[in-house]
Ligand binder design. Structure first.
Ligand code: T6T
Length: 326
């Protein structure tokens, strides 16, 4: 079923995307009796987005009187996440909340868990096979990419060249951001030339060297879209090393502490912040509803906010800052 969305925009680049989406869906349940066991596997355990999501999920599980065990990969890599899935599968949990690091490679492992009775809830990223998972909870990443393009084009005066640097192909969230960004630029900003997308494997050092080599090849570079936290960190470092901070405009996804610092010092211009806490909280609730054979919501879209220097101190914006710990 299609998501239903309402979008409320505020003028200028301080737009708030209030994307709420929900569709009714039906999900089964496994046991329903006794102490429920929930497991969570996030994309990268040191990533403040996933730390914020995990903290909220733990709090919701405690409030609901269930045990939630947090797991996560050391880096964004299928070969690292797959063994974690397999070790969690061996525990036969009632439910697994997972951010798969690839849209296809991990599907067999998840299908096997689901067939064995574990309820799968996809939080943030998802897999391409729509038969996997009783609920999918994430930002509307395509809309977020579109918002980033609008803000960057405005900052660039709708002219010059821009580049997207992101994680790696096959990450459903960042791929959707790039899609939304490119479609907006192509449809409404013909004065901006898009350079080929670069991928940094979620490594800030790679993004830093990529932005410096891009500047060397394109001295007129006017704008950058950073697809996530680590990419934004690397771009910020690279621009400062090249003495271009504040000269090349940057729109970035996420709002982890280093990005907030870079927004303050003018190296980054706009942050499209997500609501990972809401994703984590709703993930627990959907998992428990599925276990208890209650109705679940198949697709849930959470809100995002565009943060700039102008609005970053507002309380209703600060609540979107990601945490580095619980
Ligand atoms: O942007 C988030 C998340 O939504 C994405 O799927 C992967 O990267 C982050 O965790 C930030 O590093």
């Amino acid at each position: 079923m299609r998501k239903t969305r309402t979008t409320t925009m505020i003028a200028g680049c301080c737009a708030v995307l209030a994307l709420t989406a929900a569709t009714a869906g039906c999900g089964g349940g496994s046991s329903g009796s006794g102490k429920k066991s929930l497991e969570m596997i996030t994309g990268v355990k040191s990533d403040p987005f996933y730390i914020t999501m995990g903290c909220a999920a733990k709090a919701e599980a405690a409030k609901r009187g269930v045990k939630l065990t947090l797991n996560g990969s050391a880096q964004w890599d299928v070969s690292v996440q797959r063994p974690i899935i397999d070790s969690v599968a061996a525990k036969h949990p009632d439910a697994l909340l997972i951010s798969p690091v690839d849209g296809a490679a991990l599907t067999p492992s998840l299908t096997q868990m689901q067939s064995a009775g574990t309820k799968i809830v996809l939080v943030d990223t998802e897999v391409d096979d729509k038969s996997v998972g009783v609920s999918r909870i994430s930002s509307d990443n395509e809309a977020g990419g579109k918002q980033a393009a609008k803000a960057l084009a405005q900052l660039m005066g709708d002219k010059g060249s821009a580049i997207v640097i992101s994680v790696k192909p096959g990450v459903t969230t960042t791929d959707a951001r790039i899609k939304g960004f490119n479609e907006e630029m192509k449809a409404n900003h013909p004065g901006i030339t898009l350079l080929p997308v670069l991928y940094d494997n979620d490594l800030p050092a790679t993004a830093a060297s990529q932005i410096q080599s891009t500047l060397a090849a394109h001295p007129d570079l006017g704008g950058v879209f950073a697809g996530n936290t680590n990419t934004a960190q690397g771009i910020s470092t690279g621009l400062q090393a090249a003495g271009k901070q504040g000269k090349v405009r940057v729109a970035a996804f996420d709002a982890e502490p280093d990005e907030i610092t870079s927004l303050k010092n003018g190296t980054l211009d706009v942050l499209v912040a997500q609501d990972p806490a809401s994703i984590g909280t709703q993930g627990v609730d959907q998992a428990l509803d599925a276990i208890d054979k209650k109705k679940v919501t198949a697709n849930i879209g959470t809100t995002m906010v565009a943060i700039t220097k102008a609005n970053m101190d507002q309380p209703d914006v600060k609540k979107y800052y990601y945490k580095a710990g619980c």
